[in-house]
Design a protein around this ligand. Structure first.
Ligand code: ADP
Ligand code: 3PG
Ligand code: MG
Length: 393
């Protein structure tokens, strides 16, 4: 496991710190609907406050593509963070320029300033050296706690780190250690439950995990694609036709490597995706034309529970059904409950899966829920992530 430079490796006393966080939170009708990523920054902020640092917080929000977009302002986040910390958090309506430089020059130990959305400037995503220099000039030290954005080769992730003494924050350190441990030294038997919408977004993760896990459970719409590739009839279910060959190859590689591979054997089916639609259970190959598999059935859930019961570590990514609709959330909830009841190390990754466990208030019952969507999957796919590479000693 490559080691990251951490906060204890820096002389932080009274320093001005540029703290990159990921406050890319969901906002519906102007309201932040999930504060987890904001809460996740608290340990690092508190650590820096204990060292009497002045903290300059920087984040992106959404994809404004290099220009200001009012609905993607970080201003409302300053208020939320202030409540979490029970402390004043100032906001400034840009992240570079004379006004920002002056304000940060005047910042003293214990003060916190949140900058406006980094992606309002094209230099952020382009990793423009001039933009990175302007950000670096605001502070003496760079700390990266933006785990969910650590796979991006952007100025505030890579460029600024090249210009200042740098370290990983507490969240990045914990995420990296937890996910890397799963790949390098998981308590055995180690199982992965991979569901969700698309095989195409999970090929690399599956490919990497089949060399590490003892059991692989496939669920969600992904399972439809796998089952179709093996000659089963999934009727009108969501199937990725252009991934059939890849799915079959992964399945064959897993089985020939001696893995236990669990594919669903029964489903909750309906004619359309809606809360009020009629549903019924169907065995594999008994789904009728016009029907879709939208959740797994009880037999499949029992089979999955058996895998969970014998595992000492479990990674779960991707809901097992169309879990945004309560009717199709049963298999995912069953899985959540058996994972919670098990003594195994439980790790959850993926944006929709984390949102699902939050929605049912189960977040704190798992060993670890990653704040990263794409970032955690890329790490588990064994890829080198630009932000992580910058933080290695
Ligand atoms: P994550 O964001 O956690 O990596 P994904 O984006 O891969 O997860 O998958 C979650 C999505 O998969 C959800 O939107 C869910 O509705 C969808 N999904 C799961 N099972 C099915 C299914 N049987 N049919 C259609 N969509 C499904
Ligand atoms: C995320 O939500 O996955 C991160 O904040 C990264 O956002 P991005 O996919 O827009 O780079
Ligand atoms: Mg998703």
């Amino acid at each position: 496991m490559g080691k990251l430079i951490n906060l204890d490796n820096l002389n932080l006393a009274n320093k001005k710190v540029f703290l990159r966080v990921d406050f890319n939170v969901p906002i519906v009708n102007g309201e932040v609907t999930d504060e987890l990523r904001i809460q996740a920054a608290e340990p690092t902020i508190r650590y820096l406050l204990d060292k009497d640092c002045a903290i300059i917080l920087a984040s992106h929000l959404g994809r404004p593509e290099g220009k200001p977009v009012e609905s993607l302002s970080l201003k409302p986040i300053a208020g939320i963070l202030s409540e979490i910390l029970d402390r004043r958090v100032d906001f400034i309506d840009d992240c570079i320029g004379e006004k920002v430089q002056k304000k940060t020059d005047e910042l003293i130990g214990g003060e916190i300033l949140l900058l406006e959305n980094l992606r309002f400037h094209a230099g952020e995503e382009a990793n423009d050296p001039k933009f990175a220099r302007q950000l670096a000039n605001l502070a003496q030290i760079y700390v990266d706690d933006a785990f969910a954005a650590i796979h991006r080769n952007h100025a505030s992730i890579v460029g600024v780190a090249q210009l200042l003494p740098h370290a990983a924050g507490k969240l990045v350190e914990e995420e990296y250690q937890t996910l890397t441990k799963l790949l390098e030294d998981p308590p055995k038997p180690f199982s992965a439950v991979i569901g969700g919408a698309k095989v195409s977004t999970k090929i690399d993760v599956l490919d990497n995990l089949i060399d590490k896990v003892d059991s692989l459970v496939i669920g969600g719409a992904m399972a439809n694609t796998f089952l179709t590739s093996l000659g089963h009839n999934m009727a009108d279910s969501v199937v990725e036709q252009d991934c059939l060959t890849q799915a079959k190859e992964i399945y064959q590689k897993a089985v020939s490597g001696g893995l236990e591979v669990i594919l669903p054997s029964d489903f909750l089916v309906a004619k359309e995706i809606s809360q009020n639609v009629d549903t019924h259970l169907a065995e594999l190959d008994e789904i009728k034309p016009g029907e879709k598999a939208l959740d797994l059935g009880p037999k499949s859930s029992q089979q999955i529970a058996k895998v969970v019961d014998k595992s000492h570590s479990i990674f779960w990514n991707g809901t097992l059904g169309y879990a945004e609709i309560a009717k199709f959330a049963t298999a995912s909830l069953d899985l959540a409950h058996v994972m919670i009841a098990s003594e195994a190390e439980t790790v959850i990754g993926g944006g929709d899966t984390a949102a699902f466990v939050d929605q049912y208030n189960l977040h704190s019952k798992f060993g670890f829920v990653s704040t990263g969507g794409g970032a955690s999957l890329e790490l588990l796919a064994g890829k080198k992530l630009p932000g992580i590479e910058m933080l290695k000693s």
